[in-house]
Write a protein that binds this ligand. Structure first.
Ligand code: ATP
Length: 257
């Protein structure tokens, strides 16, 4: 079956400093994949380069067998919450409706169908009551869910999410993981930058370990090993348990984190 995402020889540099070096990654269809690695490993850069938001020095990205530019409408992106200006004067519903613009084309105004799709997505993330609130008046967890709703409204095939669990409480985390599982059950593919190593085996089918280079990628049970985690995090990894599996490892905080 055609993979959802195929990345070949991807190299990205900011100035003369490489953030990603010759990365290959293949994401099968219908899986939940975690992108894992230390701070500054290039995880966000990997998503942004895949979506054409930063320019690659070299490499090739295909989404469902074609270049991203031809598949834009099939791809949804949930950016890091901190990367957005939340003071921008707009409502929750307007942000979620933006998820529909790809289907709509720029020249048509959103109508009843778009409105209903946006409201359905807001209901999925339990934010119906917040539809008309200004986005600046939301908590961190609510902001995260607004972005998720925008991505859901898009009805994409492949979802890229940059730390969707960051700053959310345990209840919201469960709600988000539930939504990710629903997406998988519907045959969608979800690629998530994720920091909590403890939950990788429970939440994800596949994992990519990144530290500028691709250290390893594939099914969690094959790839999420102590040896691979050590290769990814180096000396900054504390192994809490004795059985040596990644499910019990946590990265030690980097100086200045
Ligand atoms: P984190 O876990 O801290 O979010 P990350 O793995 O997502 O990190 P990136 O944000 O992709 O890492 O950054 C990779 C490297 O590129 C880092 O060293 C970072 O400082 C650098 N970098 C990222 N964006 C830029 C930019 N716009 N200009 C210059 N350097 C950048």
């Amino acid at each position: 079956m055609l993979p959802a995402v195929e990345i070949e020889d991807l190299t990205v540099a900011y100035g003369d400093k490489p953030a990603l070096w010759d990365v290959d990654l293949r994401v099968p269809r219908g899986v939940l994949m975690a992108i894992v690695g230390p701070n500054g490993a290039g995880k966000t850069t990997l998503l942004k380069a895949t979506l054409g938001l930063v320019k690659a020095a070299a490499g090739n990205v295909r989404i469902l067998g074609r270049p991203y530019e031809q598949q834009r409408r099939l791809v949804a992106y949930v950016p890091q919450r901190s990367s957005v200006d939340w003071d921008f004067p707009t409502t929750v519903l307007d942000v979620v409706m933006m998820g529909r613009y790809g289907q709509l084309g720029w020249l048509r105004r959103p109508g009843r169908a778009e409105h209903e799709a946006a409201l359905a997505a807001l209901a999925q993330v339990q934010l119906t009551d917040f539809a008309h609130r200004q986005i600046g008046q939301l908590s961190g967890g609510q902001q995260q869910r607004v972005f998720l709703a925008r991505a859901l409204a898009q009805n994409a095939e492949v979802y890229f999410m940059d730390e969707p669990f960051q700053g959310v409480d345990a209840v919201t985390e469960r709600a988000i993981i539930h939504i990710l599982r629903d997406l998988r059950a519907a045959g969608k593919t979800v690629v998530v930058v994720h920091h909590d190593l403890q939950t990788v085996p429970e939440y994800f089918d596949q994992v990519a370990l990144i530290n500028v280079r691709r250290i390893a990628a594939g099914p969690v049970r094959e790839v999420f090993t102590e040896a691979n985690l050590r290769a990814t995090y180096g000396g900054r990894l504390n192994i809490l348990g004795a059985n040596g599996t990644g499910g019990v490892a946590t990265p030690a905080p980097a100086p200045g984190d």
